[in-house]
Every structure is written in C-alpha cells, then in structure tokens.
Design a protein around this ligand. Structure first.
Ligand code: MRU
Length: 346
C-alpha cells in the first residue's frame, strides 16, 4: 500500500505530494510546526490525510515538550492544537482529529496521569486515528463496490485516493473495491486545475495499481458523458453538512450538474469523520481561498496575463439533491440525508 504518512520514532514522514509524479521524495517533519507547514503547503493533502497528519503532528510536538508540570504541558498542548487548526479551514476531518486528540488528553488529565503517560496516550490515539482511517476506507470500498456496474466507466474528480487518506482511499477505495470484486473498470480522472491532483496523483496511484486510467482536462467531462463513456461518478468530500450538501474540490459541483443532465448517478464516498452535523447546510461550510499564483502559473511558468484579477477557491459545494448516495464505512446513506446521516451516528 502507498506510504502516504507514517511515524518513525519522533518523526512524521510524508510522501511529498507537490512533487509527484515526477519525483517520489519524502518530507520528514520533526516538530509540530513542521507538520503544520506541510499541511498548509500541500506536502500532504486530502481531508482524512490532513486529519491524521494533525493528530501525529500534535503527538510528536508534545513528545518533545520539556514541560514537567501538567499545567505547563497543557498550555503547550492547546497552543499546538491551535497551530494545527489554523492550517486549512474546509476539511472537517482536521478538526475532528484535533477534537479526538483533545478528548484523549482530557481523559488522561482527569485520571491524574503523569506528563509521560499523557505523551504515550497521545501517540496511541494518533496511531489509532491512522489505523481506523485505513479500515474505514476498506469498508467504503466494499460497500461502494456494490453500486459499480460489471463493466464500468467511472469519472472521478481530484484525488480521493490512498494519498488523500491513511491508505486505500475513499472514491478510489470504491474503484479498488470494485476491481477486487472482479468488475471491469475504466477510470476517467479529471485533471483538476489548478493543483492537478487528478492528473498528477489519481492517475499515478491508479496506473501503479494497473487500473485503466484516462486523464481528461476539466472542461472535457460533459462531452465524455454525452458520448456515453461514463456510467458512474464517484468523488470524495472535505465536509458534508447535515442535509447532505457536500464540499469537495473546486469543480465537483460542475461535474454533479453535468451528471444530472446525462442521468448518470453521482456518489460521494467519505468516512463519518467527514460528516459535520453541526453545519446545517452547505452555506455553513468555510471555503478556503488559495494564492493567485496557483492559477496564474503552471509548473512555474506564468500562463495568465499580468494584471488580471484571480479568484481561487479550493472547494465548492454540491447541493444534496444532486447526490444519489453517500458511501461510508457504515454503509450507503440515501436521501433524505437530514434523517439518514443523523442515523449514521446512532
Ligand atoms: O485541496 P485538497 O487536495 O486537499 O483537496 C482534496 C479533495 O478535495 C478531496 O476530494 C477530499 O479531500 C477527499 S479525500 C479522500
């Protein structure tokens, strides 16, 4: 399985996703600040993966703390959590993982554990978050395989694969699950401007797995659907509101509208850690805006006219009525999502 993120003693090691597929290099983060920077600068990206990175980053940060008293240690811990929370705003998995780590910390403090004991429990919790994410992706893959036709043309947007999770992937988990179930799958990977997660990362992962993959630029999907080459769309998610509205990589909304026009089922695959019942609908989801340079430049070369204004939202929201189902580790949830997603947590 692809080594997205791993812990080596007190170092968090990540494959550098900015450099793929040209170079397979690893970034070694020795401090919480280095992990936070890696999340911010997209060394690691993808909703579940940045949650895992934040948890591991806090754990190594606290492991290196020189505080001996619990009060000083607690102050440092909460500052480190804030540092992680300030990296990227949209993917709720990041905040979910930080909350989990905070709950573990609070349980240790309440039980009167020593600083060293709390350090150990933070390590264990971060490891559990990592391992549970892989297990969730595998379950998503098994449930999702059921909705994949025997001979399928599947369109996906961005990268919701092993690289975006602790391993196996969500949308790509469904594709892997279908292949493992013996289905014939041809994948169409949207290039995904401006960061090119589809062309660089999704295609790299799938080709490595021997799964037929065709890269298209983002403006080609309508034509492809019209030609009857796509019979299923599966994408990941960064945050799913209580009513099913789903934030995912910019461009997902357009794909959903096109899929509806061509009567192609549009599915979202995500673990429960991506569902935010505290957000009643998509309007409550904060959308990250990234630098203009991501749009004006491609591979270091300027492609947009100097002086042009730039808008670069990293995500959009697909309204729930475009979504045929949300594939999770607990099964596939169907509309009306306000009821079904609430039941998912019971
Ligand atoms: O900006 P990114 O690359 O972090 O955006 C990633 C996506 O939009 C993914 O589709 C989403 O996080 C799901 S990953 C399983």
């Amino acid at each position: 399985m692809l080594p997205t993120i791993a812990r080596e003693d007190d170092v968090v090691v990540m494959i550098d996703q900015r450099k793929l597929p040209a170079q397979e290099t690893y970034v070694r983060c020795k401090t919480a600040a280095e992990v936070a920077r890696a999340i911010k600068t997209m060394v690691i990206r993808g909703a579940p993966a940045i949650g895992v990175a934040a948890a591991m980053g806090i754990a190594i940060g606290m492991r290196k703390s020189s505080a001996t008293g619990t009060q000083k240690f607690a102050a440092e811990f909460y500052r480190t959590c804030e540092l992680m929370a300030a990296t990227r705003p949209t993917a709720v998995n990041l905040f979910w993982a930080i909350e989990r780590i905070k709950r573990s910390f609070a349980a240790g403090a309440e039980a009167g554990e020593s600083v060293d004991q709390i350090k150990d429990r933070l390590d264990r919790e971060a490891g559990t978050i990592h391992d549970e994410d892989v297990a969730s992706c595998r379950a998503i893959g098994a449930f999702g395989a059921e909705i994949v036709p025997g001979d399928a043309g599947i369109l996906t947007h961005c990268n919701a694969g092993a690289l975006a999770t602790a391993g196996y992937g969500t949308a790509l988990g469904v594709i892997r699950g279908a292949v493992e179930a013996g289905k014939r799958v041809a994948v169409f990977a949207d290039e995904t401007r401006p960061f090119l997660q589809g062309a660089r990362l999704t295609a790299w992962e799938l080709v490595r797995d021997g799964i037929e993959t065709t890269v298209i630029t983002d403006n080609m999907s309508g034509s492809l659907m019209r030609q009857g080459k796509v019979n299923l769309v599966v994408v990941g998610a960064d945050r799913i509101a209580a009513n099913g509205d789903t934030a995912n990589k910019i461009g997902t909304y357009g794909v959903a509208v096109l899929a509806r026009e061509h009567q192609i089922p549009f599915y979202v695959a995500a673990p429960l850690s991506t569902i935010d019942l505290g957000a009643p609908d998509g309007s409550a989801i904060p959308i990250e805006e990234r630098s203009a340079r991501e749009v004006t430049h491609v591979g270091g070369s300027q492609v947009a006219a100097t002086g042009a204004l730039v808008w670069n939202p990293a995500f959009d929201v697909t309204p729930h009525h475009f979504i045929a189902g949300i594939i999770t580790e607990r099964g596939i949830f169907r509309p009306p999502y306000t009821q079904s997603l609430k039941r998912a947590f019971e």
